[in-house]
Design a protein around this ligand. Structure first.
Ligand code: ZN
Ligand code: ZN
Length: 638
């Protein structure tokens, strides 16, 4: 079908479903969403059935938007909202999304702002035309969330985004090339290794790049094979899908925009915010080490401008023959497993990204039920047959004993962490142990983006596990707000802490000790035997972290550019149970419990020997064909 025919078809369907008295002023394809503009927005608000029927009949996501002519001017609308909403609701922010005709009203007491039976909400609706959304204000304000909102609100950004979504809508509906069907994936990075994840899913009709990471633990910060012929020209890529915000999955995404890519990035809302935070930090760290930065901050803004956000469980067309659905991966905030439904049921591929198949202090376990599944591409960070991790409970106990012992002898505890994920879990456990007086109450210093990452966690409570959500919202117990946490926000403060003699705990980035503020604490406290360094996450080959785990007693580090030698006398401990990755048993169970059972498995994101070890067990124990491609290899499925 041509674009014109598709459009006529959509118009016809809308007309048959929407009652005649409802005035439709415009229909647009914005990305894969059919946006229907109307002057009678209430007719839809009161009747969710119409939207469901439309979505089903059109087999597309449907959004009902107020016609721009009925929207009050933003200043007047804001004044009106402040007049209508009772003061006790305590408005903290109001922001308009011209994209959708929605206005979000952030308040401390949502119940009051909505009003009994929604009376207040209805009054707002009638008064301003914009569709009001009442949300609870995040308890810790996030600079990142604020900046992204402000950026997207700018007129020029907003109109550029509109144009981009329209262009995307056309591309997704393009006429098929025709001919013999084929589907394949090309390994472009992160195969037989950890770092620089990138997989190209290509079909007769389209090319989708899944993840675009950087290997921060390699000497030269190796990129994926972005110059592979499969990716050329760069405009031939229909879309990029980002599974989660860790740099080994999205660190070089802005580089694509520098190279001229101007298509969409599909990710969850928390992934967009966290990845901006981590990419900005990556530029800072790279520049700080005196190396050339691969891209500029303007390219990070390009990413934000081109993000198409998808929540877990929402299905969307991302090209003329591929539909994407994200599911919870249980790994970090907003981490997603991508389910790709290719060629109208020709083949279904699941790319796990990084997964945790266990309920953690923060998240529910990874999802492994899919409508259909033939090929599973799975990570294997801990896929070796000896990679067993203790349970969350055992890990907490182990952490308790180590911290208790260290504090009792007047020592200090350093915990190197990734800003996102592990920090928040360790925070929750330590807060609980101190509150219950199981360990000495000492200050816990958070250094290097951990505070900001935690703020983003509190902005997206719906992505946390049920228990934590309940604690925060029903019981009003937010562990992240505890007074024991102190934010390190200046070099002076860090110096003071380093020179202080009292026992304390420090959580600092980077997680593998390849730079970041954690190095300052290691330099200051590393020589003293009474102190302890506790690893709670994966340490890649080649990092200082891995060297310490191997028992190195002397490290060559740099101090303000000068090489120095640091003698390591402090205790080195590893608490494995905090990992955001599944261990060997969890990986095997994940596949075993996959519903439906995949026909074949592709193993990636692990050291070479672990990939092979895991793949051969999948074949032996589960009877499923498992492959371990190397980077640049292509596998054809159809
Ligand atoms: Zn990860
Ligand atoms: Zn990863």
């Amino acid at each position: 079908m041509s674009m014109v025919e598709i459009f006529e078809e959509i118009e016809k369907t809308v007309k048959t479903i929407v009652p005649a008295h409802v005035q439709i002023t415009n229909i647009e394809l914005e990305g894969s969403v059919v946006a229907i503009y109307t002057k009678n927005i209430d007719e839809f608000a009161d009747n969710n059935d119409i939207i469901k029927q439309l979505a089903q009949a059109l087999r597309r996501r449907v959004a009902i938007r107020p016609d721009p002519s009925i929207l009050a001017d933003q200043d007047r609308a804001e004044a009106e909202i402040r007049r209508i909403v009772p003061a006790e609701a305590q408005i903290t922010d109001i922001y308009f999304e011209a994209d959708t005709g929605e206005v979000t009203i952030e308040v401390l007491s949502p119940g009051i702002a909505i009003g009994r039976h929604g009376t207040v909400l209805n009054e707002i609706k009638k008064g301003i035309g914009w569709a009001p959304k009442i949300v609870r204000a995040p308890p810790i304000p996030s600079k990142t969330v604020r900046e992204i909102r402000d950026y997207l609100r700018k007129d020029d950004v907003n109109s550029a985004r509109k144009a981009f979504l329209k262009k995307l809508g056309k591309r997704i509906c393009k006429e098929p090339n025709g001919g013999e069907n084929w589907i394949r994936t090309t390994a472009l990075g992160g195969y037989r290794e950890v770092g620089r994840s990138a997989t190209l899913l290509s079909t007769r009709e389209s090319k989708i790049l899944v993840d675009c990471g950087v290997n921060v633990s390699s000497e030269d910060n190796a990129p994926p094979y972005l110059n592979a012929p499969e990716l050329m020209p760069i405009e031939s890529i229909d879309g990029v899908v980002i599974t989660h915000a860790h740099l080994d999955h999205c660190g070089l995404l802005p580089l694509l925009y520098k190279y001229g890519y101007d298509g969409p990035v599909y990710c969850t809302p928390p992934t967009r915010d966290l990845m901006s935070l981590l990419q900005i930090d990556y530029l800072k760290v790279t520049a700080g080490e005196g190396r050339k930065t691969p891209y500029e901050s303007s390219h990070i803004r390009d990413v934000v401008k081109h993000c198409v956000l998808l929540r877990y469980g929402e299905t969307t067309d991302i090209s003329s023959d591929i539909r994407l659905t994200f599911q919870n991966a249980g790994h970090i905030l907003g981490s997603a497993i991508g389910h790709f439904h290719v060629g109208d049921g020709l083949h279904n591929i699941v790319i796990t990204g990084d997964i945790k198949y266990e309920k953690t202090w923060l998240f529910n376990p990874a999802v492994n039920k899919f409508p259909r599944l033939e090929t599973l591409i799975i990570e294997s960070t801990y896929g070796g047959h000896q990679d067993f991790q203790p349970s969350r409970k055992e890990a907490a106990n182990q952490l308790k004993e180590i911290v208790k012992r260290t504090l009792a002898r007047g020592g200090k505890v350093i915990v190197p962490v990734f800003a996102v994920g592990r920090s928040q879990e360790v925070m929750i456990v330590l807060e609980q142990l101190m509150r219950q007086k199981e360990i000495l109450q000492v200050p816990i210093y958070l250094d290097g983006m951990i505070w900001e990452a935690t703020a983003i966690h509190t902005a997206y409570p719906e992505y946390l596990n049920n228990q934590l959500r309940e604690d925060i919202f029903q019981k009003g117990e937010n562990p992240f707000l505890s007074e024991i946490f102190k934010r390190v926000d200046s070099v002076e403060m860090r110096d003071n802490i380093c020179n202080d003699t009292d026992p304390c705990v420090v959580l600092a980035t980077s997680g593998m000790l390849n730079g970041g503020p954690v190095m300052e604490y290691l330099k200051a406290w590393g020589t003293e035997e009474k102190n302890t360094l506790i690893f709670v996450g994966y340490q890649a080959e080649g990092t200082v972290g891995r060297r310490l785990q191997k028992g190195w007693k002397e490290l060559s580090l740099s101090d303000h550019g000068k090489p120095i030698t640091v003698k390591v006398n402090l205790d080195i401990e590893t608490c494995d149970g905090f990992s955001g990755h599944s261990d060997r048993r969890q990986l095997m169970t994940y596949i075993h419990h996959c519903d439906p059972k995949p026909e074949n498995v592709v193993v990636c994101h692990g050291e070479e020997s672990k990939c092979y070890d895991f793949a051969s067990s999948i074949h032996k124990n589960l009877g499923i064909d498992a492959r371990v491609p190397m980077n640049l290899e292509t596998i054809r499925y159809k």
